[in-house]
Design a protein around this ligand. Structure first.
Ligand SMILES: Nc1ncnc2c1ncn2[C@@H]1O[C@H](COP(=O)(O)OP(=O)(O)OP(=O)(O)O)[C@@H](O)[C@H]1O
Ligand SMILES: Nc1ccn([C@@H]2O[C@H](COP(=O)(O)O)[C@@H](O)[C@H]2O)c(=O)n1
Ligand SMILES: [Mg+2]
Length: 228
């Protein structure tokens, strides 16, 4: 799918977001946090490639969708709201998703993260900017190193999702169509925002898994030496 990344776009003014940083939500530790956002349409292969990157480059893979599905399973007070929004392919309020990401990052004990399927819209992006690291440099915003964008045609993504057989409630043709619409209307503008800052690393995700990973490896080669 040729995307509109080359088109100049008006980036919406970041929405006013509530402060998400509580004292116990800060990120102590002696190393700067490395974050790579992994973005692309539903079924583009984000989770598949993140699993490969984890194995080769020592990042922790945090799938926002997986964290939200775990929250549903936990029976938490937000579970029903999250389930209903996922069924509709809608984007959950950022405060909910970011809290889950912050907790997972803190519990991981790592300082290198692949954040998969986030930010999904402008609200997600702006809200994440409120997340800060308190050490080694106090009050530093966590900026993504880069955005790994898996570019794939809707036809290919739809075929992959319908063949996925993971029992996901949103892997049905009706919801898939809604997710594609959300991706085009809300998520692609976020990719274009980072592209305007030279931060996007675009991959042709329509190729076979192994060939896509060859391209991914080139982008992550600077992190090879850091794997313990
Ligand atoms: N390059 C590829 N070629 C063919 N099939 C692929 C490729 N990459 C992933 N798949 C398959 O496509 C399906 C979707 O892949 P994956 O779950 O990684 O996508 P995703 O981007 O994480 O999707 P979602 O946003 O819905 O979570 C899986 O069944 C996976 O095995
Ligand atoms: N930032 C996000 C990410 C995901 N969601 C919801 O989860 C669904 C599944 O996401 P996958 O990445 O696993 O496909 C997605 O369609 C959204 O409903 C979200 O709200 N915010
Ligand atoms: Mg996924």
């Amino acid at each position: 799918m040729g995307t509109m990344l080359d088109a100049t776009v008006d980036v919406p003014v970041p929405v006013e977001t509530s402060k998400l940083q509580d004292a116990d939500e800060s990120f102590p530790g002696d190393k700067k946090i490395t974050v790579v956002f992994v973005l692309g349409g539903p079924g583009s292969g984000k989770g598949t490639q993140c699993a490969n990157i984890v194995q080769h480059f020592g990042f922790t893979h945090l799938s926002a969708g997986d964290l939200l599905r775990a929250e549903i399973k936990s029976g938490s007070e937000n579970g029903t709201m999250i389930q209903n929004m996922i069924k509709e392919g809608k984007i959950v309020p950022s405060e909910v998703t970011i809290k889950l990401l912050q907790r997972a990052m803190r519990e991981s004990g790592n300082d290198k993260f692949l954040i998969d399927g986030f930010p999904r819209n402008e609200e997600n992006r702006a809200a994440f900017e409120e997340v800060i690291q308190t050490s080694p440099v106090p009050q530093t915003k966590i900026e993504p190193e880069f955005v790994l964008f898996f570019d794939c045609s809707e036809e290919e993504m739809q075929q992959r999702i319908l063949g996925r057989n993971q029992g996901r409630e949103d892997d049905n043709i009706e919801t898939i169509r809604k997710r594609f619409k959300v991706f085009m209307e809300s998520s692609l503008p976020v990719i274009e925002y980072y592209n305007s800052k030279g931060k996007v690393r675009k991959i042709d995700a329509g190729k076979p898994i192994e060939e896509v990973f060859e391209d991914v490896k080139e982008i992550f080669s600077p992190y090879s030496a850091q794997v313990a």
